[in-house]
Design a protein around this ligand. Sequence first.
Ligand SMILES: Cc1ncc(COP(=O)(O)O)c(C=O)c1O
Length: 393
Amino acid sequence: MTSDFLKYQAQTTPHPLAMEISHATGSFIYDAKNKAYLDFVAGVSACSLGHSHPKVVNAIKEQLDKYMHVMVYGEYIQKPAVELVKLLAKKLPESLEKTYLTNSGTEAVEGALKLAKRATGRSEIIAANKGYHGNTLGSMSVMGFEERKQAFRPLLPDVKFIEFNSEKDLPQITEKTACIILETIQGGAGFIEPKNDYLHKVRQRCNETGTLLILDEIQPGIGRTGKLFGFEHYNCIPDILVTGKALGGGMPIGAFTASSKLMDLLMDNPKLGHITTFGGHPVISASALATLKEITESDLMEQALEKEKLIRKLLIHPLIKEIRGKGLMLAIITDSAEIANALILNSQDQGLILFWLLFELKAVRITPPLTISNDEIIKGCSVIIGVLNSIQQ
Ligand SMILES: Cc1ncc(COP(=O)(O)O)c(C=O)c1O
């Protein structure tokens, strides 16, 4: 299997972990030899209800028995998709009312950027250094990391970069700017939270200049930070909200949400302002609906903040310089990429899954399922401390 994996399945990293999966349930993934791995990564913040959550699995099975794909996006009324976007609207501020469902996060970002251009008639886009929004050409154009973009230029013109959390850069948002796109909490950069009311100040500058604010909540959204959306912590409501990852409950999804006034612009001039065949897929929507219901009807979001405290209490070690992030979107910051690599690889050998962040190589991701138990947290953190002790020797 490993040789076929390497021979036939295209890879974009020279050293994939190449662990063969047998099955996954709750907080555990099992390899082909039935070895259990405690999952502190949750499919990179995507499996927030853990693996094979029974409510999600049942919702998928029930929908599978009714119908799968029947028509391209939006032409037919398909109950799971309608109920999903209605529930999202109910949980969001009034101004975020209408949602377009996509197949991935990056496609939702593309849709959001297009909507901002269409709505303002402006072309300039502002993004943040070390921001990450996906890997299609539009999303890559607003990625704040030149090294990963160079080979794919030319990308979108008229994109400017500012420093996240730098108030002095905000005058660069002007009447020429269609939109500014930011992650609510910068992920790839090392789980950097907005500070000193930064997002509120961005919001104010956007109001002054008629610029649309796009917040990318693909990673922090859907409960991971202890609230349904990260922006709820920071006194700022975006014009366009982008979500994905955990919304799907383990299935592929993306979504962008805005006011009806904005969204309805995609219907006209030109007609079909954004189209996709599979967006709003009934089986995926059923999975997402069950996920969103479970996250909003349970106390998992409150628990995320308690579990954060437990992790912070347990992860004290001379090789840990800092723990960044919020809720269960946490990153251990070490002194070097070598320490981070050793921690990730040795922990995997010992049955604990950790992972890297995209641009901050000294960081180690801790984004377990929100459903992880305190005992599992204690077990995983003791593996981390043990591995760090062995690295220190
Ligand atoms: C903040 C953010 N935006 C966008 C994306 C892209 O989403 P997808 O991989 O589903 O295209 C990601 C994925 O890691 C992300 O973390």
